[in-house]
Design a protein around this ligand. Structure first.
Ligand SMILES: [Zn+2]
Length: 216
């Protein structure tokens, strides 16, 4: 892990993983994750125990390397050897599992979900598979080698085709000024490391935007 963190930038941005996972990696490598030891250093009152082992104090190095549960995960994934992290196939699996550990922490803190290692790993890796499947399918062809010119996707491919499989999704053109909520959600998606779902309550970052929509 220390080897992976020493020179992380080019590897992080070149990884074939979802953008929000790259942002999570950047936060981790930059020591920007709000782990409990980091919050305590900023005098934010909070329990210090790791959500996985419930024994040690939580820090980034503990969560992703030293925790007994983390080591069990790396062992089960065949990633216990440090050299495996530089492997082109193993590195995406490693960062997705790290992202899974972080999102399981989010679910534990905000939804009081108990930590479930096999479920967490399964969700993280299937998220990677699903993203790659969708991303590879939606790759836009270019005209001529190296020209970089955009071509209209063939019929039967693209976002509309994907949305038609979900059902009850409509697309309409609106003015950019009338689309502030969508821009806000998209911007927020890049700044959070875990999953976010809102069913009954409005996320705080959307309150002022929707208030403004209602007033105009
Ligand atoms: Zn632990």
């Amino acid at each position: 892990m220390e080897t992976a963190i020493a020179q992380p930038w080019s590897k992080i941005w070149n990884l074939h993983v979802p953008p929000k996972v790259k942002c999570f990696c950047w936060q981790l490598a930059s020591a920007f994750l709000p782990t409990r030891d980091a919050l305590a250093a900023k005098r934010v009152a909070y329990a210090l125990d790791c959500h996985m082992c419930r024994v040690e104090a939580e820090s980034a190095i503990h969560l992703f390397a030293y925790c007994v549960e983390a080591r069990r995960i790396w062992n089960n994934l065949g990633l216990l050897q440090l050299s495996a992290y530089t492997d082109v196939d193993s590195l995406p699996k490693f960062v997705l599992a790290c992202w899974g550990i972080w999102t399981s922490r989010h679910d534990n803190v905000w939804r009081e979900c108990a930590f479930d290692s096999p479920l967490m790993v399964q969700r993280a890796l299937s998220f990677l598979d699903s993203w790659r499947m969708a991303n590879d399918t939606l790759t836009v062809p270019v005209v001529g080698e190296g020209t970089g010119r955009w071509m209209r996707p063939q019929a039967g491919s693209g976002v509309k085709e994907l949305a038609s499989q979900i059902g009850d999704v409509n697309f309409r053109f609106v003015k950019r000024s009338a689309n502030c909520a969508a821009h806000t959600v998209a911007r927020e998606a890049f700044s959070v490391s875990g999953c976010g779902e809102w069913f009954d309550t409005l996320p705080s970052f959307l309150v002022s935007v929707l208030d403004s929509d209602l007033m105009n």
